[in-house]
Design a protein around this ligand. Structure first.
Ligand code: AMP
Length: 381
């Protein structure tokens, strides 16, 4: 493949959390150097990178210094301002491109763009005032989820609303000028597909992965989803169409609701490796992070084949509330793989790491990963 960025080159990552860390580990394994950029220092990704730049995202001088030090830029955090991506694009390729970032940063822009490509999204209405909120709830059939258009993740910036909700209180609580009211979906389950698209247009994918959330945060992901073949094929096909229509080079995850009548609706997209794809490190021939490296470097994509039924359980900061988790107990099941992100401060709700387990069946993998996570906590008295 021509124009490849070969091992030995330097890859730049905007953002320096756990996704950047797992990307950097995969990149270094392939012989690349990695520079990361974020406003923080001593970060999860910085700890395994060759160089950690610290600067605000709107500090374009430091951004240019960072971009000038690498051969290609990618990101692990989609809320990078558009001028930052543009400043990088003036110096080196940014993959996926800044236009993909721009679309995924705003739920209204994201859903409208996907809809304009004929893709199925959760029904939505833009909301800019209490009056618009009242009529939006009525048009959603009396039940919806009010979300900020920008800067929402893991259920932050979301309020469940019903016909009898005080719209003044709800709108004020959202603290935004631009909101989106989505129809409440009484879903059968939540799924995701992690898609990867190479520089030459090649495509591979993982999933559909089945996702269980707790308090709006991903809790457990498992594969296979055990859903009908038709639903699985359609989820992958929609994901391929999303990556193609947005001309993504890199990794993009599509999160779906599966309705009770077996229709797939896109909830949101993330133009980077995704928490639901973490099990690919242990349970697939090539991980989502290695695929991000390969795609942005113009290398052939690796096989996404599954090595067997698998499950992943997130480890949130809450597990530290009684002191150091009991690692020895969790790892006494020798099939359990532990991944920690090197974060010093285990705040409740903060993603500190994850556990993965392969099993003979997906039910077994889920049960073992849950049992291992529970074993981290002290025995009840
Ligand atoms: P989000 O940040 O949009 O991914 O939302 C976090 C979680 O909230 C989702 O994974 C769902 O469990 C729930 N949720 C969000 N939007 C809706 C909706 N329109 N209907 C039902 N549940 C929702």
């Amino acid at each position: 493949m021509s124009g490849a960025i070969n091992p030995g080159s330097t890859l730049g990552v905007l953002g320096s959390g756990q996704l950047g860390r797992m990307f950097a580990i995969a990149a270094r394994q392939l012989g690349y150097r990695v520079h990361v950029y974020s406003p923080e220092k001593e970060t999860p990704a910085g700890a395994v990178a060759d160089r950690e730049f610290q600067g605000e995202y709107d500090d374009l001088d430091t951004i240019r210094e960072f971009a000038g030090s690498v051969d290609v830029v990618t990101f692990e955090f989609e809320n990078v301002p558009a001028p930052t991506a543009r400043a990088c694009e003036e110096l080196v390729p940014v993959r996926p491109g800044g236009s993909v970032l721009h679309i995924s940063q705003n739920r209204l822009r994201e859903k409208s763009t996907l809809q304009s490509h004929g893709l199925p999204v959760t029904p939505f209405v833009p909301v800019h005032s209490t009056e618009e909120l009242a009529s939006a709830i009525a048009s959603a059939g009396g039940r919806g989820v009010l979300k900020t258009a920008s800067w929402g993740y893991d259920g932050k910036g979301q309020i469940a609303v019903k016909a009898d909700t005080d719209v003044d209180v709800a709108w004020t609580a959202l603290k935004t000028d631009e909101g989106i009211l989505e129809t409440f979906i009484d879903f059968d389950c939540e799924l995701s597909v992690v898609g990867v698209r190479g520089l030459d247009g090649s495509f591979v994918s993982y999933g559909p992965l089945r996702n269980e959330h707790h308090n709006h945060i991903l809790d457990v992901t498992s594969y296979p989803s055990l859903l009908p073949e038709k639903v699985c094929r359609e989820a992958v096909e929609i994901t391929r169409e999303v990556l193609e229509s947005l001309d993504v080079v890199g990794v993009l995850c599509v999160e779906f609701f599966l309705t009770r009548d077996q229709r797939l609706l896109i909830n949101e997209t993330a133009p980077r490796p995704h928490n639901s794809g973490h099990l690919t490190i242990d349970a697939n021939v090539t991980s989502q992070f290695e695929q991000q490296v390969r795609a942005i470097c113009g290398l052939p994509l690796g096989s996404a084949d599954s090595l067997g039924p698998a499950a992943m359980a997130n480890l949130l900061g809450n597990l530290w509330s009684h002191g150091q988790p009991r690692w020895v107990h969790a790892l006494s099941d020798n099939e359990i793989r532990l991944h920690l992100y090197g974060k010093a401060d285990p705040r409740p709700g903060r993603k500190m790491g994850h556990l993965t387990c392969l099993g003979t069946t997906v039910e077994e993998a889920i049960s073992r990963v849950r049992t291992a996570r529970k074993a981290l906590l002290p025995e009840p008295p």
